[in-house]
Design a protein around this ligand. Structure first.
Ligand code: PGA
Length: 242
């Protein structure tokens, strides 16, 4: 694991942006794995700025998001599709064919999960996967105890995740209790992974990721087994590392 230490969130976003652009410009058809939440917002803003200023073109990329809530339509403001559409797909004028988010309203979830895996394979696999981390060590929505051998699947969210993520919903009762997520093995198949971590509230999780035992009880610890992982973290997030 390579660790890049940055001073603050702006610097973290800029480093993530540099890596995105490098991969985008070095491959003919780059495939990106994308995450949602608070952490990657700065990265998406920088990419959109670039597009508006005509510094970059994005017509050759393909994207796969990690996860989506079960039961929310694309138009729901709390859905991850909505998050991605407003911040990334729409401003970059990406086509439907270029972008992929698991369908939270699928009639047949087993079929939807298989189809998602197949699509990633058909695209040639993910070249660069961006990840955030939950305070409980989840990556995507793979909660503690998820088998390392998991592929895309439906999960029950833990109380702690529902508590943390309910901030994105008007009322706590609106917060879904299930999600569809790429599995740990699906994530580990990515050729390169960048984990973005900022803030003191993530310091313990980052310590366990880097220095803890590789254990299904702490999903992000699996990243120790990947040959090409870079962690970009700010000082508060790094504060508990030895
Ligand atoms: P966050 O979410 O970026 O909003 O902290 C990360 C996660 O829960 O995976």
């Amino acid at each position: 694991m390579q660790i890049i230490s940055v001073n603050d969130y702006d610097e973290l976003s800029k480093k993530a942006y540099d890596s995105f652009v490098k991969t985008m410009n070095s491959l003919e058809n780059p495939v990106f794995g994308l995450s949602t939440g608070s952490t990657p917002k700065g990265l998406y803003e920088l990419l959109v700025q670039d597009y508006i200023q005509k510094n970059q073109t994005f017509h050759h990329i393909q994207t796969f998001n990690l996860d989506e809530y079960v039961g929310l339509a694309k138009e729901h403001e709390g859905s991850y599709y909505y998050y991605m559409y407003e911040r990334f797909f729409k401003p970059l004028e990406l086509t439907e064919e270029q972008t992929n988010v698991p369908n939270g309203l699928a009639k047949d979830f087993t079929g939807e999960c298989e189809k998602y895996e197949q699509k990633i394979q058909n695209a040639g696999g993910i070249d660069l996967q961006f990840l955030g981390i939950g305070v409980n060590g989840h990556i995507g929505f793979n909660e503690p105890g998820t088998p390392f051998a998991s592929r895309t699947h439906v999960v029950e969210l833990t109380e702690s995740t529902m508590e943390v993520n309910s901030r994105f919903f008007e009322t706590k009762t609106e917060m879904p209790n299930k999600a569809i997520t790429m599995g740990i093995e699906s994530i580990m198949d990515s050729k390169e992974i960048i984990l973005l971590v900022n803030g003191e509230h993530k310091a313990e999780a980052l310590k366990q990721t880097v220095e803890g035992k590789v254990d299904e009880k702490f999903p992000a610890s699996v990243l120790q087994n990947h040959p090409n992982v870079t962690i970009i973290a700010d000082q508060p997030a790094l504060s508990k590392l030895n």
